[in-house]
Design a protein around this ligand. Structure first.
Ligand SMILES: Cc1cc2nc3c(=O)[nH]c(=O)nc-3n(C[C@H](O)[C@H](O)[C@H](O)COP(=O)(O)OP(=O)(O)OC[C@H]3O[C@@H](n4cnc5c(N)ncnc54)[C@H](O)[C@@H]3O)c2cc1C
Length: 366
Protein backbone atom coordinates (compact mmCIF):
# COMPACT_ATOMS: atom_id res chain seq x y z
CA UNK A 1 0.00 0.00 0.00
CA UNK A 2 1.23 3.50 -0.90
CA UNK A 3 2.83 5.36 2.02
CA UNK A 4 3.50 9.08 1.72
CA UNK A 5 5.64 11.01 4.20
CA UNK A 6 5.31 14.64 5.27
CA UNK A 7 6.76 16.89 7.95
CA UNK A 8 3.27 18.06 8.94
CA UNK A 9 -0.04 16.27 8.41
CA UNK A 10 -3.18 18.10 9.50
CA UNK A 11 -6.31 15.99 9.91
CA UNK A 12 -9.40 18.08 9.11
CA UNK A 13 -9.83 20.72 6.42
CA UNK A 14 -12.24 23.08 8.23
CA UNK A 15 -11.36 26.60 9.27
CA UNK A 16 -9.13 25.33 12.08
CA UNK A 17 -7.24 22.74 10.01
CA UNK A 18 -6.71 25.09 7.06
CA UNK A 19 -5.63 27.92 9.36
CA UNK A 20 -3.18 25.58 11.10
CA UNK A 21 -1.74 24.44 7.76
CA UNK A 22 -1.46 28.04 6.57
CA UNK A 23 0.30 29.17 9.76
CA UNK A 24 2.76 26.28 9.32
CA UNK A 25 3.33 27.19 5.67
CA UNK A 26 4.01 30.83 6.56
CA UNK A 27 6.52 29.91 9.24
CA UNK A 28 8.09 26.90 7.49
CA UNK A 29 7.71 27.67 3.78
CA UNK A 30 10.03 24.86 2.69
CA UNK A 31 8.32 22.16 4.73
CA UNK A 32 6.10 19.40 3.35
CA UNK A 33 2.50 19.76 4.52
CA UNK A 34 -0.65 17.81 3.82
CA UNK A 35 -4.25 18.35 4.88
CA UNK A 36 -6.42 15.25 5.13
CA UNK A 37 -10.13 16.01 4.73
CA UNK A 38 -12.90 13.43 4.92
CA UNK A 39 -15.47 15.54 3.06
CA UNK A 40 -15.64 16.27 -0.66
CA UNK A 41 -14.24 19.76 -0.14
CA UNK A 42 -12.38 21.71 2.51
CA UNK A 43 -14.37 24.10 4.69
CA UNK A 44 -17.59 22.12 4.35
CA UNK A 45 -18.24 21.31 8.05
CA UNK A 46 -19.06 23.77 10.81
CA UNK A 47 -17.06 26.38 8.89
CA UNK A 48 -19.47 26.42 5.93
CA UNK A 49 -22.41 28.72 6.77
CA UNK A 50 -21.79 29.86 10.31
CA UNK A 51 -22.83 33.16 11.85
CA UNK A 52 -19.83 35.02 10.30
CA UNK A 53 -19.08 36.93 13.50
CA UNK A 54 -15.54 37.55 14.68
CA UNK A 55 -16.55 38.35 18.20
CA UNK A 56 -14.02 38.55 21.02
CA UNK A 57 -16.98 40.00 22.97
CA UNK A 58 -18.33 36.43 23.32
CA UNK A 59 -15.11 35.03 24.79
CA UNK A 60 -16.54 32.66 27.34
CA UNK A 61 -16.22 28.91 27.55
CA UNK A 62 -19.40 27.39 26.11
CA UNK A 63 -20.46 25.98 29.48
CA UNK A 64 -20.65 29.56 30.79
CA UNK A 65 -22.30 31.14 27.77
CA UNK A 66 -25.59 31.61 29.60
CA UNK A 67 -24.22 31.90 33.11
CA UNK A 68 -21.72 34.02 35.03
CA UNK A 69 -18.09 33.23 34.20
CA UNK A 70 -16.69 30.59 36.53
CA UNK A 71 -13.02 30.75 35.57
CA UNK A 72 -11.69 34.29 35.00
CA UNK A 73 -8.22 33.03 33.94
CA UNK A 74 -9.78 30.90 31.20
CA UNK A 75 -11.96 33.81 30.06
CA UNK A 76 -8.88 36.05 29.92
CA UNK A 77 -6.98 33.50 27.83
CA UNK A 78 -9.85 33.03 25.36
CA UNK A 79 -10.41 36.79 25.12
CA UNK A 80 -6.76 37.60 24.48
CA UNK A 81 -6.50 34.83 21.89
CA UNK A 82 -9.67 36.13 20.23
CA UNK A 83 -8.36 39.71 20.07
CA UNK A 84 -5.10 38.54 18.52
CA UNK A 85 -6.95 36.30 16.09
CA UNK A 86 -9.37 39.06 15.12
CA UNK A 87 -6.45 41.37 14.25
CA UNK A 88 -4.83 38.68 12.07
CA UNK A 89 -8.16 38.05 10.30
CA UNK A 90 -8.60 41.77 9.58
CA UNK A 91 -5.14 41.89 8.01
CA UNK A 92 -5.82 38.72 5.99
CA UNK A 93 -9.12 40.05 4.64
CA UNK A 94 -7.11 42.90 3.13
CA UNK A 95 -4.28 40.63 1.99
CA UNK A 96 -6.75 38.17 0.39
CA UNK A 97 -8.68 41.07 -1.15
CA UNK A 98 -11.99 40.00 0.39
CA UNK A 99 -14.38 42.69 -0.83
CA UNK A 100 -15.70 45.17 1.76
CA UNK A 101 -19.31 44.19 0.89
CA UNK A 102 -18.71 40.83 2.61
CA UNK A 103 -17.56 42.48 5.83
CA UNK A 104 -19.15 44.57 8.56
CA UNK A 105 -17.67 46.44 11.49
CA UNK A 106 -19.12 45.78 14.93
CA UNK A 107 -21.51 43.19 16.35
CA UNK A 108 -24.45 43.79 18.65
CA UNK A 109 -26.44 41.83 21.18
CA UNK A 110 -30.09 42.52 21.85
CA UNK A 111 -31.84 41.61 25.13
CA UNK A 112 -35.52 40.85 25.55
CA UNK A 113 -35.52 40.18 29.28
CA UNK A 114 -33.81 41.83 32.20
CA UNK A 115 -32.39 38.64 33.71
CA UNK A 116 -30.48 37.69 30.49
CA UNK A 117 -29.19 41.26 30.33
CA UNK A 118 -28.03 41.17 33.95
CA UNK A 119 -26.27 37.82 33.52
CA UNK A 120 -24.51 39.12 30.44
CA UNK A 121 -23.55 42.36 32.16
CA UNK A 122 -21.78 40.35 34.86
CA UNK A 123 -19.82 38.47 32.17
CA UNK A 124 -19.09 41.63 30.21
CA UNK A 125 -17.62 43.26 33.34
CA UNK A 126 -14.83 40.67 33.23
CA UNK A 127 -14.16 41.34 29.52
CA UNK A 128 -14.44 45.12 29.92
CA UNK A 129 -11.79 44.96 32.63
CA UNK A 130 -9.60 43.24 30.01
CA UNK A 131 -10.19 46.08 27.53
CA UNK A 132 -13.38 45.11 25.62
CA UNK A 133 -15.07 48.32 24.41
CA UNK A 134 -18.87 48.28 24.72
CA UNK A 135 -21.72 50.70 24.25
CA UNK A 136 -25.13 50.12 25.81
CA UNK A 137 -28.14 51.50 23.96
CA UNK A 138 -31.69 51.50 25.31
CA UNK A 139 -34.64 50.11 23.35
CA UNK A 140 -35.55 53.52 21.90
CA UNK A 141 -32.20 53.64 20.01
CA UNK A 142 -32.17 50.08 18.66
CA UNK A 143 -34.05 50.65 15.42
CA UNK A 144 -32.09 53.78 14.49
CA UNK A 145 -28.64 52.41 15.38
CA UNK A 146 -29.00 48.77 14.25
CA UNK A 147 -31.75 48.92 11.60
CA UNK A 148 -33.72 46.11 13.21
CA UNK A 149 -37.05 46.03 14.98
CA UNK A 150 -36.78 46.63 18.73
CA UNK A 151 -39.92 44.51 19.30
CA UNK A 152 -39.86 43.30 22.93
CA UNK A 153 -36.28 44.48 23.50
CA UNK A 154 -35.11 46.02 26.77
CA UNK A 155 -31.77 47.21 25.38
CA UNK A 156 -28.70 46.19 23.39
CA UNK A 157 -24.94 46.23 23.60
CA UNK A 158 -22.82 47.26 20.64
CA UNK A 159 -19.30 45.79 20.47
CA UNK A 160 -17.49 48.17 18.11
CA UNK A 161 -14.27 46.13 17.87
CA UNK A 162 -16.05 42.93 16.77
CA UNK A 163 -16.45 42.46 13.03
CA UNK A 164 -17.71 39.88 10.56
CA UNK A 165 -16.72 38.20 7.33
CA UNK A 166 -17.32 35.09 5.23
CA UNK A 167 -15.71 32.01 6.80
CA UNK A 168 -16.45 29.91 3.73
CA UNK A 169 -14.80 32.33 1.29
CA UNK A 170 -11.84 32.70 3.63
CA UNK A 171 -11.45 28.89 3.69
CA UNK A 172 -11.34 28.93 -0.11
CA UNK A 173 -8.57 31.54 -0.05
CA UNK A 174 -6.60 29.52 2.50
CA UNK A 175 -6.97 26.33 0.43
CA UNK A 176 -5.82 28.12 -2.74
CA UNK A 177 -2.79 29.62 -1.01
CA UNK A 178 -1.86 26.32 0.58
CA UNK A 179 -2.01 24.55 -2.78
CA UNK A 180 -0.01 27.35 -4.46
CA UNK A 181 2.63 27.02 -1.72
CA UNK A 182 3.02 23.30 -2.39
CA UNK A 183 0.83 21.82 0.35
CA UNK A 184 -1.12 18.71 -0.57
CA UNK A 185 -4.88 18.87 0.07
CA UNK A 186 -6.43 15.40 0.12
CA UNK A 187 -10.23 15.37 0.09
CA UNK A 188 -12.86 12.63 0.27
CA UNK A 189 -10.44 10.39 2.15
CA UNK A 190 -10.66 10.79 5.91
CA UNK A 191 -8.38 9.48 8.62
CA UNK A 192 -9.62 6.19 10.07
CA UNK A 193 -7.09 6.08 12.90
CA UNK A 194 -3.61 7.08 14.01
CA UNK A 195 -0.89 4.57 14.86
CA UNK A 196 2.37 6.13 16.03
CA UNK A 197 3.28 8.61 13.26
CA UNK A 198 1.13 6.81 10.68
CA UNK A 199 -2.35 7.95 9.69
CA UNK A 200 -4.49 5.17 8.25
CA UNK A 201 -6.85 6.63 5.67
CA UNK A 202 -10.31 5.30 4.93
CA UNK A 203 -9.05 4.32 1.46
CA UNK A 204 -6.49 2.05 3.10
CA UNK A 205 -3.53 4.30 2.16
CA UNK A 206 -1.12 5.41 4.89
CA UNK A 207 0.22 8.92 5.45
CA UNK A 208 3.28 9.21 7.68
CA UNK A 209 4.23 12.52 9.29
CA UNK A 210 6.81 13.78 11.76
CA UNK A 211 4.05 15.94 13.24
CA UNK A 212 0.37 15.04 13.17
CA UNK A 213 -2.11 17.77 14.07
CA UNK A 214 -5.68 16.69 14.72
CA UNK A 215 -8.03 19.55 13.77
CA UNK A 216 -11.06 17.54 12.71
CA UNK A 217 -13.70 19.56 14.58
CA UNK A 218 -16.40 17.30 15.98
CA UNK A 219 -14.59 14.34 14.33
CA UNK A 220 -11.48 14.85 16.50
CA UNK A 221 -12.72 12.82 19.48
CA UNK A 222 -12.95 9.69 17.30
CA UNK A 223 -9.21 9.95 16.57
CA UNK A 224 -7.65 11.09 19.83
CA UNK A 225 -8.65 10.89 23.43
CA UNK A 226 -9.44 14.40 24.69
CA UNK A 227 -11.46 14.82 27.86
CA UNK A 228 -14.67 16.85 27.86
CA UNK A 229 -15.33 16.89 24.09
CA UNK A 230 -18.90 17.05 22.87
CA UNK A 231 -20.85 18.54 19.99
CA UNK A 232 -23.67 21.04 19.82
CA UNK A 233 -25.64 21.23 16.60
CA UNK A 234 -26.36 24.61 15.04
CA UNK A 235 -28.35 25.72 12.02
CA UNK A 236 -28.58 28.58 9.59
CA UNK A 237 -30.94 29.77 6.88
CA UNK A 238 -29.52 32.20 4.32
CA UNK A 239 -31.61 34.42 2.05
CA UNK A 240 -30.43 35.97 -1.19
CA UNK A 241 -31.73 39.53 -1.23
CA UNK A 242 -29.75 41.58 -3.78
CA UNK A 243 -30.86 45.20 -3.88
CA UNK A 244 -32.23 45.06 -0.31
CA UNK A 245 -28.91 45.59 1.48
CA UNK A 246 -29.96 49.04 2.79
CA UNK A 247 -32.72 47.28 4.75
CA UNK A 248 -30.35 44.78 6.37
CA UNK A 249 -29.19 45.23 10.00
CA UNK A 250 -26.08 47.41 9.93
CA UNK A 251 -24.07 44.74 11.75
CA UNK A 252 -24.66 41.16 12.98
CA UNK A 253 -27.08 41.08 15.90
CA UNK A 254 -27.13 38.26 18.47
CA UNK A 255 -29.98 37.38 20.82
CA UNK A 256 -29.01 35.02 23.64
CA UNK A 257 -32.55 34.47 24.89
CA UNK A 258 -33.65 33.33 21.41
CA UNK A 259 -30.30 31.54 20.73
CA UNK A 260 -30.19 33.26 17.36
CA UNK A 261 -28.18 35.78 15.37
CA UNK A 262 -28.86 37.72 12.17
CA UNK A 263 -25.89 38.60 9.98
CA UNK A 264 -25.70 40.72 6.82
CA UNK A 265 -23.26 39.14 4.35
CA UNK A 266 -22.96 40.99 1.07
CA UNK A 267 -26.25 40.46 -0.77
CA UNK A 268 -27.16 37.63 1.64
CA UNK A 269 -28.85 37.80 5.00
CA UNK A 270 -28.29 34.87 7.32
CA UNK A 271 -30.11 33.87 10.47
CA UNK A 272 -28.24 31.27 12.51
CA UNK A 273 -28.61 29.62 15.87
CA UNK A 274 -29.87 26.64 17.71
CA UNK A 275 -28.05 24.84 20.47
CA UNK A 276 -28.96 21.22 20.16
CA UNK A 277 -26.64 18.97 22.21
CA UNK A 278 -25.81 15.66 20.58
CA UNK A 279 -23.36 12.90 21.23
CA UNK A 280 -20.43 13.12 18.81
CA UNK A 281 -21.45 12.10 15.28
CA UNK A 282 -24.85 10.80 16.32
CA UNK A 283 -27.56 10.66 13.70
CA UNK A 284 -29.60 13.80 13.97
CA UNK A 285 -32.79 13.39 15.94
CA UNK A 286 -34.76 16.62 15.81
CA UNK A 287 -36.99 17.76 13.00
CA UNK A 288 -34.77 20.28 11.27
CA UNK A 289 -37.60 22.04 9.46
CA UNK A 290 -39.08 23.15 12.76
CA UNK A 291 -35.79 24.81 13.63
CA UNK A 292 -35.29 26.45 10.22
CA UNK A 293 -38.82 27.81 10.40
CA UNK A 294 -38.15 29.16 13.91
CA UNK A 295 -35.01 30.88 12.56
CA UNK A 296 -37.01 32.43 9.75
CA UNK A 297 -39.80 33.53 12.11
CA UNK A 298 -37.18 35.31 14.21
CA UNK A 299 -35.75 37.02 11.14
CA UNK A 300 -39.25 38.14 10.11
CA UNK A 301 -39.80 39.60 13.58
CA UNK A 302 -36.56 41.59 13.57
CA UNK A 303 -36.51 42.57 9.87
CA UNK A 304 -40.22 42.89 9.02
CA UNK A 305 -39.76 44.93 5.84
CA UNK A 306 -37.75 42.39 3.84
CA UNK A 307 -39.40 40.42 0.97
CA UNK A 308 -38.52 36.97 2.32
CA UNK A 309 -41.46 35.15 0.69
CA UNK A 310 -39.94 35.13 -2.79
CA UNK A 311 -36.24 35.21 -1.89
CA UNK A 312 -34.10 32.13 -2.69
CA UNK A 313 -32.93 30.54 0.55
CA UNK A 314 -30.60 27.74 1.62
CA UNK A 315 -30.48 25.75 4.84
CA UNK A 316 -27.46 24.35 6.60
CA UNK A 317 -26.65 22.48 9.80
CA UNK A 318 -23.41 21.40 11.46
CA UNK A 319 -21.89 20.32 14.75
CA UNK A 320 -19.94 22.84 16.77
CA UNK A 321 -16.92 21.10 18.34
CA UNK A 322 -17.23 21.87 22.04
CA UNK A 323 -14.92 21.41 24.97
CA UNK A 324 -15.67 21.88 28.65
CA UNK A 325 -12.38 23.68 29.15
CA UNK A 326 -12.41 26.04 26.17
CA UNK A 327 -10.35 25.32 23.07
CA UNK A 328 -7.91 22.41 23.26
CA UNK A 329 -4.68 23.59 21.61
CA UNK A 330 -2.04 21.22 22.89
CA UNK A 331 0.67 18.62 22.43
CA UNK A 332 -0.73 15.18 23.31
CA UNK A 333 2.59 13.36 22.98
CA UNK A 334 5.77 13.60 20.90
CA UNK A 335 4.69 14.29 17.31
CA UNK A 336 0.95 14.42 18.03
CA UNK A 337 -0.93 17.71 18.49
CA UNK A 338 -4.52 18.84 18.67
CA UNK A 339 -6.34 22.07 17.80
CA UNK A 340 -10.07 21.75 18.40
CA UNK A 341 -12.99 22.43 20.74
CA UNK A 342 -13.45 26.10 19.77
CA UNK A 343 -17.23 25.84 20.10
CA UNK A 344 -19.14 29.02 19.32
CA UNK A 345 -15.83 30.86 18.71
CA UNK A 346 -14.13 28.76 15.99
CA UNK A 347 -14.20 31.37 13.24
CA UNK A 348 -13.14 34.09 15.70
CA UNK A 349 -10.26 32.09 17.17
CA UNK A 350 -9.09 30.38 13.97
CA UNK A 351 -6.04 32.49 13.12
CA UNK A 352 -4.88 32.92 16.74
CA UNK A 353 -5.35 29.24 17.58
CA UNK A 354 -3.33 28.31 14.49
CA UNK A 355 -0.47 30.56 15.56
CA UNK A 356 -0.60 29.10 19.06
CA UNK A 357 -0.41 25.48 17.92
CA UNK A 358 2.53 26.33 15.65
CA UNK A 359 4.30 27.91 18.65
CA UNK A 360 3.67 24.68 20.58
CA UNK A 361 4.92 22.49 17.70
CA UNK A 362 8.04 24.64 17.29
CA UNK A 363 8.61 24.58 21.06
CA UNK A 364 8.35 20.80 21.11
CA UNK A 365 10.91 20.57 18.29
CA UNK A 366 13.38 22.99 19.93
C1 LIG B 1 -24.85 27.70 13.43
C2 LIG B 1 -23.44 28.04 13.79
C3 LIG B 1 -23.07 29.38 13.85
C4 LIG B 1 -21.77 29.71 14.22
N1 LIG B 1 -21.42 31.04 14.24
C5 LIG B 1 -20.16 31.38 14.57
C6 LIG B 1 -19.76 32.75 14.56
O1 LIG B 1 -20.53 33.64 14.19
N2 LIG B 1 -18.49 33.04 14.95
C7 LIG B 1 -17.60 32.09 15.34
O2 LIG B 1 -16.49 32.44 15.72
N3 LIG B 1 -17.92 30.79 15.31
C8 LIG B 1 -19.18 30.41 14.94
N4 LIG B 1 -19.54 29.10 14.93
C9 LIG B 1 -18.56 28.09 15.34
C10 LIG B 1 -17.57 27.77 14.23
O3 LIG B 1 -18.24 27.68 13.00
C11 LIG B 1 -16.87 26.46 14.57
O4 LIG B 1 -16.26 26.54 15.85
C12 LIG B 1 -15.77 26.17 13.55
O5 LIG B 1 -16.30 26.12 12.25
C13 LIG B 1 -15.08 24.87 13.88
O6 LIG B 1 -14.11 24.68 12.89
P1 LIG B 1 -13.36 23.32 12.79
O7 LIG B 1 -12.40 23.43 11.66
O8 LIG B 1 -12.84 22.90 14.12
O9 LIG B 1 -14.53 22.27 12.47
P2 LIG B 1 -15.23 21.97 11.07
O10 LIG B 1 -15.51 23.19 10.30
O11 LIG B 1 -16.37 21.05 11.37
O12 LIG B 1 -14.09 21.21 10.29
C14 LIG B 1 -13.65 19.93 10.66
C15 LIG B 1 -13.32 19.22 9.38
O13 LIG B 1 -12.73 17.96 9.71
C16 LIG B 1 -13.24 16.98 8.84
N5 LIG B 1 -13.09 15.68 9.49
C17 LIG B 1 -13.80 15.18 10.53
N6 LIG B 1 -13.35 13.97 10.85
C18 LIG B 1 -12.32 13.69 9.98
C19 LIG B 1 -11.44 12.60 9.81
N7 LIG B 1 -11.52 11.49 10.58
N8 LIG B 1 -10.51 12.66 8.82
C20 LIG B 1 -10.41 13.76 8.03
N9 LIG B 1 -11.22 14.83 8.15
C21 LIG B 1 -12.16 14.79 9.13
C22 LIG B 1 -14.69 17.40 8.60
O14 LIG B 1 -15.16 16.84 7.38
C23 LIG B 1 -14.56 18.92 8.54
O15 LIG B 1 -14.34 19.40 7.24
C24 LIG B 1 -20.82 28.71 14.53
C25 LIG B 1 -21.17 27.36 14.42
C26 LIG B 1 -22.47 27.02 14.04
C27 LIG B 1 -22.82 25.58 13.91
Amino acid sequence: MARQAYQYAIIGGGIIGLSTAYALQLRHPKSTICVIEAGPECGFGASWANGSMIHPSQATPWRDSHAPATDPALVRDIYQLAVRSSAILRARFNEFDIAPRHRREGCAKIYTDVSTLQTDQAKLQVLMALGLPTEFIDSSQIEKRLNISADGAVGAYIFPNDHSGPARLYCRHLAARLAAGGAKLMTANGAANIEGQDIMLQSGAIVAAQNIIVAAGSGSAALVNIAGQHAVRGYSRTFELPGHEPDFPVMPVMDDAAHMAIAPMGTHLRVSGGADPEPMNSPHHLDRHVIYDALEAYLRQRCPGLPLDNAPKSDWTALRPMSDQGPVIACLRDGLFVNTGHGHMGWTLSAGAADRIVDIINGAAA
